[in-house]
Design a protein around this ligand. Sequence first.
Ligand code: NAD
Length: 482
Amino acid sequence: MNSNETLPICIAGNWRLGQGDRYATLYPATGEAVAWLNAASLADVEEAISGADHAFRTSGWAQRKPHERAAVLYRVAQLIRDQAEYLAQRQRLDNGKPITETRALVASAAGTFQFFAAACETMEDTITPMRGDNLTMSVYEPMGVVAAITPWNSPIASEAQKMAPALAAGNAVVVKPAEVTPLMALELARICEEAGVPKGLISVLPGKGSVIGDAITLHPLVRRVSFTGGTTTGKHIAHIAADKMMPVSLELGGKSPTMVFEDADLDHAVAGVLYGIFSSSGESCIAGSRLFVARGIYDNFIERLAAGAAALRVGDPADERTQLGPLITPRHRDSIESYVAMGVADGGRIRTGGTRPAGALFERGNYYLPTIIEGLTNTQRICQEEIFGPVLVAMPFDNEEELIAQANDSVYALAAGIWTRDYKKAWRFGRAVQAGNVWINTYKQLSISTPFGGWRDSGLGREKGRLGILQYMEQKSMYWGL
Ligand code: NAD
């Protein structure tokens, strides 16, 4: 692909240049332009949403039999698989994740379309006989135009997680990808059309969140927003939604605790803790960024952990051996560096990392070494605020009450990790920790069939799972006298 060419965007099935500002998406490993495109303008938003509403009412998609919609979505899954390597390479260029990770994201996007195709064709409404010649039924209707607003850290997976159930439910969907990573949403829209989703049902509107995202959220024809991103943005969207009485789902930030007990399998725990924080360079909502280790094993564990972190391969995302690629933007790396500086100013000691890697390979990319900081307490800012980078704060704990109090002392409650061989303890802590997702002797394992979401400032609502499709439908109760 010629990186000087300006990509069209998708406005209710019409592929044309956006009317907003022209900008380039940049490869985080080198800063080079991957593609140019024009952001959507407010007029484009209007055209996309009114076009989506028209397509919803006239295309017959919602009226198709569920197995007919499912057949199209199975085709989407197959087309993603057919083009998997192209998509994985494109996603790598778009956000700089290592190729092994982007391949996994593409596979997960295909699995998501397949799962919601199956959920669509096997969904049942309920009919209940009542007294006399009466019966009642509960049915689900599509909502109309729904919006998917997504962040930059795992684009194809986040977008599939919203587009697949929204389309399976019979809706039209307007996707607002992160400004810096618009390519995967455009690819998914193209593939959906190729698979047979009627033109007009999908729009992809890249651009600034505060302009385009806001306009989409405020639009009266948008009946639901499914949002993944930062907590501040999520709260803003929730306010608009409250005014419109519009349902929203909000998948937001995290500051997840990982707890390692004395009786844990330490080889396993070291590998799991490293993966939990440093995969995706820590640019993950579920990153296990606060580590609590039993004091009796603390020194030994941290020594092994620091050696493991220092041995992780930071490098070219195209290289299959790379474990950490660059961060998304220079600005994001600046923010991570200022958190590390704050941790040090507050008395923290850098155990490993704490700097950019040296060498010619790293000069143009937004690289940062996996970093472990000790000597801080859970109340300090670096332990309370989401850094969204490869920075782990490690703390010893002395007893169970203190541990659970600290683990739960956070505005966030998205995920937690527990490492112990004692299953009664794992059960006790698994129940006591406040989090939407708890991993026991593993971390970051995810399944499309299991609901995902957070408590408190980590979000509202759940994605995935068979019932994920119902988020994109309105329930209706009907009563019949026969
Ligand atoms: P962000 O909130 O800045 O942006 C997310 C999306 O919202 C982007 O598309 C952005 O353009 C848009 N947006 C921004 N302002 C808006 C507004 N006023 N109205 C409507 N849309 C607006 O987040 P980010 O920096 O792109 O992503 C990182 C954040 O996402 C982190 O906090 C991370 O934890 C969170 N995240 C959460 C999950 C989850 O499932 N819980 C998954 C991935 C990322």
